[in-house]
Write a protein that binds this ligand. Structure first.
Ligand code: G4P
Ligand code: NA
Ligand code: NA
Length: 193
């Protein structure tokens, strides 16, 4: 997505350790007009697919997923990261391992908001090691819902997540795929799509 790649080049900041900061328009301050264009692009890429629910994960997926859900005209649910033990049976629960933060956490979705009649599109801001999307797809599977696909705004193509998700047979659409980036001279190379 040209508009997004241009914006990443203009306002993205490359940090040490292959971290891309997009705090000025995606992760902290949010450009909702850009989010709307992102929603329209996902709509085009999943054209003809029946989708009746968007599922994302807190925190930074929520803003984007809300705007995407408005474009798709469907409800949006976010998985909660939690440590508290809910009463068994009322939520779907799985574990997510964050390499970046070096910890394991549980994610949950209430059984009230995900079930066998749902045709789900996963949405997230970043795809790095793929653990968040793997966790979300496990929740969808456990609920008996249909996983239609996954849409991410920025995929870090040099990390393993994209491969893992595609190898699972999940229809993955990434609007910008960063092939490499250089914190010394500030250059970013995107994968041709
Ligand atoms: P994974 O879900 O792909 O496995 O992600 P990983 O554990 O590698 O990354 C942990 C967190 O860092 C995730 O957010 C992910 O979205 C985010 N992240 C990974 N690489 C980058 C990057 O280069 N730039 C930015 N801005 N974020 C990155 P999180 O902490 O789980 O969620 P949230 O609370 O921030 O939404
Ligand atoms: Na994040
Ligand atoms: Na996220």
């Amino acid at each position: 997505m040209k508009l997004l790649e241009d914006r990443i080049r203009k306002d993205g900041k490359i940090k040490e350790g292959n971290v891309l900061k997009v705090d000025s328009f995606l992760n902290h301050q949010m450009d909702v007009k850009l989010f709307h264009e992102i929603g329209l692009e996902f709509k085009r890429r999943f054209e003809g697919k029946e989708i009746n629910k968007i599922l994302t994960i807190e925190a930074s997926g929520i803003g984007i997923a809300c705007v995407v859900a408005e474009v798709f005209d469907v409800p949006v649910v976010f998985a909660k990261k939690t440590q508290t033990k809910n009463i068994a049976g009322e939520v779907y629960r799985t574990q997510v391992e964050s390499f970046t933060h070096g910890r394991v956490y549980d994610i949950i979705v209430s059984k009230e908001f995900l079930g066998k009649d749902d045709k789900v599109l996963l949405i997230d801001d970043f795809l790095a090691n793929g653990k968040a999307l793997e966790g979300l797809s496990t929740l969808v599977q456990d609920s008996g819902a249909e996983l239609v696909g996954a849409g991410v705004v920025i995929e870090k193509g040099f990390q393993v997540g994209g491969q893992i998700i595609r190898d699972r047979g999940i229809h993955l659409e990434s609007l910008a795929i960063v092939e490499s980036m250089d914190d010394k001279n500030g250059t970013i190379v995107f994968r041709e799509q």
